[in-house]
Design a binder for this molecule. Structure first.
Ligand SMILES: Cc1cc2nc3c(=O)[nH]c(=O)nc-3n(C[C@H](O)[C@H](O)[C@H](O)COP(=O)(O)O)c2cc1C
Ligand code: SF4
Length: 457
């Protein structure tokens, strides 16, 4: 029988109470003494309202390089990560599980695009898989990006992989239930996988098999430090949303081959995502965030981030043009997920534009995935799971209708929450009409779960 959203699932022996998860989203919690409180405030409501699995947003494996946005929370310092124990305890108290996502941005990092960050460090280098490809060099020449790429030696690639292993160990010691690798979104893992970026001639470049090697070594390093019982999950990219002029890219068939290989080396679950080779709106399909770009409170922050008055305008223009080709597409990764699901036997996690309960039921019932996740809707409705999951003993129909009928997220995919994050602002919904709707639902008791939390989580 097809699984229901409320059915438990095991990921490499980790019992997850149901199949709904919070996809990784930047929390911008920083590395100060209050980071644990910020993370808890952000993530605990998801667990309190019933999600089975919380995926924390990307955490860089190094303190000094590879942060893709301001205010990220690196997992490189063991003592600091140990201090996150109240967060993992709180998630567990609600019966949910939590994964730490590890990342390095490579040539997508602050070192490339954040003007104030570059100025403070006087033109820092980016760790690179290979020299930047021609389109990025052109953007550098046009003054839109700034590359001082330093290509990793073979030995340095091993050192970077070892950092993923060390951070995984820190996470597990702090109570995280598993490790999630930021394998897409143009981070360094995708840069190794992608023929667009990877022109290496050592063991980490060449054929697809050689380009997967970095992820294999990351996996080995993690296993060596945390053993075989801790689930290790990764996003798997297909670069199908790249602009047509990009000839060298990962196809869906490549993505499926990568997934097969990752299962063979021991990854425990896979998250297939169709993205671009560029850091663009393909991973957050939706509208051009008019309100966020014109909001006066962020104007100075945009100037600091992008440098001067002209660059923010150029970025906004590119954003506007790109939004036209990457409009919202419900459950946009579903056919890639279905292809991966046919090819592997480990759990496949689907995310990207999933907004309705009946859509989730269809994805699970048709065997396209084993778990379903949402990202932005958790910014709009931190306790959204209470509206999507049927309480135990609830006699709702087999079509998966919840208490309110076919529950639908209030998030409008307007992306007003995304741009302010370049200034280090927290990830919260910034669209008044959506906040109003959420407030109304709250008053009606829609977010009360079987376990409504006294602390307002
Ligand atoms: C503001 C923001 C931050 C994100 N941060 C991460 C991240 O840290 N790691 C990651 O793998 N994906 C990240 N994503 C992608 C989400 O995990 C998810 O795949 C994407 O938002 C599509 O799902 P949605 O349509 O439900 O929002 C981010 C997305 C947004 C909007
Ligand atoms: S601002 Fe609110 S409605 Fe718009 S995408 Fe973000 S969470 Fe959704």
């Amino acid at each position: 029988m097809a699984p229901a959203l409320e059915d438990p699932i095991s990921i490499a022996g980790l019992d997850v109470p149901n199949r709904l998860y919070r996809a990784p989203l930047l929390e911008c919690a920083g590395e100060g003494p209050d980071a644990v409180d910020v993370l808890r405030e952000e993530l605990e409501p998801a667990a309190a309202s019933g999600v089975g699995l919380v995926c924390q947003g990307a955490s860089p494996v190094r303190e000094d390089t590879g942060h893709v946005a301001p205010n990220m929370t690196s997992f490189a310092d063991r003592e600091f990560v140990r201090g996150l124990r109240p967060l993992t305890d709180a998630i567990h108290d609600h019966g949910a599980r939590i994964l730490a996502q590890l990342d390095h941005g490579g040539i997508r990092s602050l070192e490339t695009w954040h003007a104030a960050y570059r100025e403070e460090r006087s033109a820092p280098e980016q760790l690179a898989v290979s020299p930047p490809p021609t389109p990025l060099k052109l953007l550098d020449a046009a003054g839109v990006l700034s590359y001082d790429a330093r290509v990793l030696s073979t030995e340095e690639v091993y050192e970077l992989a070892a950092d993923f292993g060390r951070c995984a160990e820190h996470a597990v010691a702090a109570g995280y239930d598993g490790v999630h690798i930021a394998g897409a979104n143009m981070g360094i893992v995708q840069q190794f996988l992608s023929p667009f970026y990877n022109a290496r001639d050592d063991e980490f470049g060449g054929s697809l098999g050689e380009r997967v090697r970095f992820l294999e070594v990351v996996h080995e390093e993690i296993r060596e430090r945390v053993g075989d019982d801790v689930p290790v999950v990764t996003k798997v990219p297909a670069e199908t949303a790249s602009p047509p002029f990009v000839r060298s890219r990962l196809s869906v068939a490549d993505g499926v081959r990568i997934a097969r290989r990752l299962e063979a080396v021991g990854f425990d679950a896979l998250v297939p995502v169709e993205v671009s080779v560029f850091w663009d709106m393909s991973l957050i399909r939706g509208e051009y965030p008019e309100r966020a770009w014109s909001d006066a409170q962020f104007r100075e922050g945009y100037r600091e981030a992008f440098g001067g008055r002209i660059r923010p305008r150029l970025v906004a223009l590119a954003h506007r043009l790109h939004a036209r080709s990457q409009s919202f597409d419900p459950a946009w990764n579903d056919s890639f997920c279905a292809r991966v699901k046919e090819a592997v036997s480990v759990p496949v996690l689907a995310e990207g534009g999933i907004r309705r309960r009946t859509q989730m039921d269809r994805l699970l019932a048709t065997g396209r995935c084993d778990m379903v996740g949402m990202g932005r809707p958790f910014y709009a409705e931190p306790r959204i799971a209470a509206r999507f999951l049927r309480p135990e003993g609830d006699e709702t129909d087999a079509a998966g209708r919840s208490r309110e009928g076919d529950a639908e997220a209030t998030c409008e995919n307007c992306n007003n929450c995304t741009v302010p994050q370049v200034t280090g602002a927290p990830g919260v919904c910034r669209t008044p009409s959506v906040l109003k709707e959420t407030g109304k639902l709250r008053k009606e008791g829609a977010y009360e779960s079987a376990e409504t939390d006294d602390r307002g989580a």
